[in-house]
Each structure stands twice: as C-alpha cells, then as structure tokens.
Design a protein around this ligand. Structure first.
Ligand code: NAD
Length: 496
C-alpha cells in the first residue's frame, strides 16, 4: 500500500491513509448521489473559482518555483485560462445538464426520446508537470460539472504545485468527493490498479500505454492527452508586416510558453531552402526583442530534462547545425532559445519530441513538399501553418491528419472552449475543453418513451408479404406509402 501526503479537509492531516480508503471515500460520496445534483456541481465550481481568485499569488509563486514561469505567463496559460473555463462551465451548467430532445425515424413512430447526460462515477485524473495547475484543474472542471467524484494525481515533477493542490483543493472543494493524491509513478501505478469509471491522462505516450494497459483490466474508458512533434509550416509570406507577426507567433509558441516544454508548442519548422536565411534572421530579431531579459522565460523542469536536452545538442552533427544560441546554464536549468538548420533527420532531435527551447528548421525544395514530410511521420497534436495560399491550406487540412490545424497563429486554439482539444493517433485520443469536457466525463444516455396507445403487429411474426412491404416503406422514410399500405389502400410497390 502506498502512502500519500497532503491535507484532508483543509487542516486535518491526512497522514498515512491508504489509497484504497481515499478512493473508497470518493466512491461513497458518489454513491450517496450528492455529486449528481445541480446545486453541488454549482457550489464546487464556485469554490474552484474562489480558489483561483484568492490563491492567485500562491499559484504564481509555485509556478515560479517549479518552472520559473513569469507571473504574466502563469496567468495567461494557467490561472487566467482556468478562470474563463470555470466561468463558462457555471454559465452553461444548466444547459449542459438538460436532457437533449432528439427526433426519431418513422420506424419508431409514437416513441419519443431524449439524451440524458449521466455522470460516469469516480474518475481518475493524472496530469503532467508543464502546466501543472492548468492540466490538473481543466479536466477537473468538466468532471465536477458532469457530476462525478474525482481523484487528481498531479505530477511529482512540479512538487511545489503538487503540494499546493493537495493542500488548497480540499480547503475549497468537497474533500469527500474530490481528492488530490500526490506521489511518484509508483503511486500512479497503484491508483491505476484500482477500479475507475474513467481515466483521464495527460502525459507521454510511454506512460499512456501503461495507463491503457491498466484500464483494460476493468474495461475502463480512457482519454489520453499525449504529445509528439508539432510542426509549423512557414510559407514565404509576402508582406514584411505579416512576416514579422508570424515570426512573433512562432517565438511565442516555441520559447514563450514554458520554454518550449509545451505539448502544443512548435517542435520544428518546415520552410523552403530559398526562404530559410530570411526566416533565421527574422527569428534572431524576435528572440532579441522578446527574450533579452531571461527572467521572462521559464526554466527547464529538472536536471534530468536539462541533461536530456543538452545530450541532444552534444551529438556532433546536431551541434554543427546550430545557427543561433546553444548556450546552457546548468545551475539555472536554463537553455537559451536555440535555432538549428537541418539537423540530421535520423537523430533523436528529429525522431523524438524535443520538449525544450531547441528549434530545428528543416528546409524543403517547395513548401508543398511539407505535406509528404508530415504524412511520413506520426500524427501530431497540432499542425501550424503560416501561409496566405488558400489552395495550400485546403491541402493541409485534407491531406494530413492531426489533433488540430491552426493557420497563421499559435496556441490560441487551446483557449477556445468552443472547439475540442485533443490528439489523434500517437498524440492521443478523446477530446475536452468547455462542453467537450462535460461530455468526456458523461455517459450520454438515450432514454426512450412509448405509450400503450396502439400496437404495430407488422413488427412481429407470423410474417407475410404485407408486413415486409410495410417495413420497406418505413426503412425508406416513405410516410405516405406506409399509411396507404397500412390502411390496405396500396399494394406492394417496392421490390428489393
Ligand atoms: P509522463 O508521462 O512522464 O507523466 C505524466 C504523469 O504520469 C505524471 O503524473 C506521472 O507521475 C505519471 N507517471 C509517470 N510514470 C508513470 C508510470 N510508470 N505509471 C503510471 N503513471 C506514471 O509525462 P510528463 O513528463 O509529465 O509530461 C510530458 C509529456 O506530456 C510530453 O510528451 C507532452 O507532450 C505531454 N503533454 C501532453 C499534453 C496534452 O494536452 N496533450 C499536455 C501536456 C503534456
């Protein structure tokens, strides 16, 4: 039995309670039915909003401590974005919970139906360290809105944030139904051994496989929010104003969000041989403009990841491709924004997710060749493309596959609650944000209703040709033919 840390109901020490009893308590809370009611959901969401407002400074502090995030970046990517999400959930909660009327085909005449969203039960949310508050609480918002009890396991690699969540969440939320359990992978493994009604995982594909394997034991549904190499295609934009704006957006997505440690950050750029020198100069300019003060950049999360990134650069052929930056500061866990031109495609920097401030630029003869380049690789979470060419845009949408396509901007799609967020193929599956999170944590249960007004005996044996004909009318949506045939006014008109 693993031990857990954190506080129970605010002040009372949780101590060494077992995982199982914590989860059992969440199950009891769910089984009591209290999480299903509108009032409970609303009160929990309001409490979460209060936490976000009252503890903003504390969150800035722990995000600075774990990741060196500037408070503005912390607000933009995590605290502020979450506030909008909770506001949105509160605003729409009644609508989301309401049964949805559906129309039925002729075959179900005199039947009515609706889709009733029901909570799944007790759900497990396992999150990653790079947006340790955002990626923990964003799924939780939908889990609560959908009426579930939930257990959150934040990442041990953001220890200050993990501790903050374990201490503060129980103070604000219903600590019987919503649990935060801190711990290393071993704790996550033990949690995965238990029975859940849904597992929502954000992290690497490697651990995603472990999660799916564990989920298979109980046939638990899973959502996997994974990573990968998100490319940005950079066409030679005509006006210098557009070029400058586009390069700023690339820099924002590569270095300006957790120093490149973002699943939707740009991993590498695709550009033509001809345009590459111009692009490199533009990038150097924007790095100087945005990031001269390194305090405005986050830090690499820990020594292990710092060393992993340094190792990528130490390969001789990769080192030779550095055209800007490359300096590192081990004490500060800092790597400066670095640009590489055509590092070998078979080296780790181009086969694995970089997850750091190294930006390879891969050159192609024609920008259209980028489609084949992408098709030959695993499906990414996002494909970014900077282009004015409408025909090319259509081809990117139609001829490639990814969790999302974003033209001429970066990252902003994450903040749009009205579009689903998620991966495809190796970048994961299952979608969330806004109503999509509510649906993710709900069973959309169809409920049909019929009265005993009349019986359609043609649905049952003994069979005859008239019954066959009536069924043909029904399955062809031929209402008039059906009525005429039913009343005996029309004989067989359809042949199969
Ligand atoms: P990770 O897979 O190492 O860890 C994620 C979580 O899994 C952590 O809470 C960790 O404690 C737990 N874990 C680790 N090993 C485990 C094991 N053996 N068994 C069970 N649980 C285990 O990922 P990470 O390093 O935290 O995050 C980086 C990865 O996450 C990158 O690949 C990134 O692209 C991806 N990511 C995806 C999204 C998204 O929304 N799609 C967001 C952020 C990060």
């Amino acid at each position: 039995m693993a031990l857990i840390t954190g506080n129970k109901c605010g002040d009372e020490e949780m101590g060494a309670l077992g995982l199982e009893s914590e989860v059992a308590e969440a199950r009891t809370a769910f089984d009591s039915g209290k999480t299903k009611g509108f009032e409970w959901r609303k009160s929990q969401l309001k409490a979460l909003l209060r936490l976000l407002r009252e503890k903003e400074e504390d969150m800035f502090k722990v995000l600075k401590e774990d990741l060196g995030k500037h408070r503005v970046e912390a607000f933009r990517d995590e605290v502020g974005a979450l506030t909008t999400s909770v506001d949105n959930a509160l605003l729409n909660l009644k609508k989301w919970m309401a049964p949805e009327k559906v129309s039925l085909p002729l075959g179900a005449v005199l039947t009515v139906a609706e889709i009733v969203p029901e909570p799944l039960g007790v759900v497990l949310v396992i999150s990653s360290w790079n947006f340790p508050i955002g990626l923990s609480l964003e799924p939780l918002i939908g889990a609560i809105a959908a009426g579930n009890a939930a257990v959150l396991k934040p990442s041990e690699l953001a220890p200050a944030t993990s501790e903050f969540l374990a201490v503060e969440v129980p103070k604000y939320l219903d600590c019987e139904a919503i649990k935060v359990i801190q711990g290393a992978p071993q704790v996550a493994k033990e949690l995965l051994d238990l029975k859940w009604d849904k597992i929502f995982f954000t992290g690497s594909a490697r651990v995603g496989r472990i999660v799916m394997t564990a989920a298979a034991k109980h046939l638990t549904p899973v959502t996997l929010e994974l990573g990968g190499k998100c490319p940005a295609i950079f066409d030679s934009l005509k006006s210098s104003r557009d070029q400058k704006m586009a390069v700023g957006r690339v820099a924002g997505a590569k270095w300006g969000s957790c120093l490149g440690q973002a699943c939707i950050g740009i991993d590498y750029l695709l550009v033509t041989d001809e345009y590459a020198p111009t692009l490199i100069e533009l990038l150097k300019g924007v790095i100087k403009e945005f990031f001269s003060n390194s305090e405005h950049l986050a830090r690499i999360v820990n020594k292990h990841h710092f060393q992993r990134l340094c190792n990528l650069l130490q390969d001789e052929s990769v080192a030779a491709s550095v055209v800007h930056g490359g300096s590192v500061n081990a004490k500060e866990l800092f790597i400066e924004p670095t640009i590489l031109l055509n590092p070998p495609l078979d080296k780790e920097i181009m086969t694995e997710e970089i997850f750091g401030p190294l930006l390879p630029i891969i050159t192609l003869k024609k920008i259209e060749d980028s489609i084949e380049f992408l098709r030959a690789r695993p499906k990414p979470l996002v494909i970014y493309a900077f282009t004015h060419d409408e025909k090319f845009k259509r081809r990117i949408v139609e001829d490639t596959s990814s969790g999302c396509v974003m033209f001429n901007d970066t990252l902003i799609q994450y903040l749009c609650d009205t579009i689903p967020f998620g991966g495809v193929g190796q970048s994961g599956f299952g979608q969330y944000h806004g109503k999509f999170t509510f649906d993710n944590f709900s069973n959309r249960k169809p409920v049909g209703r019929r009265r005993f007004l009349i019986e359609f005996s043609f649905r049952y044996p003994p069979w005859n040709e008239k019954k066959l004909q009536l069924l043909r009318h029904i399955y062809r949506f031929d209402y008039i033919g059906f009525v005429l045939c039913f009343l005996g006014l029309k004989r067989y008109s359809y042949r199969s």
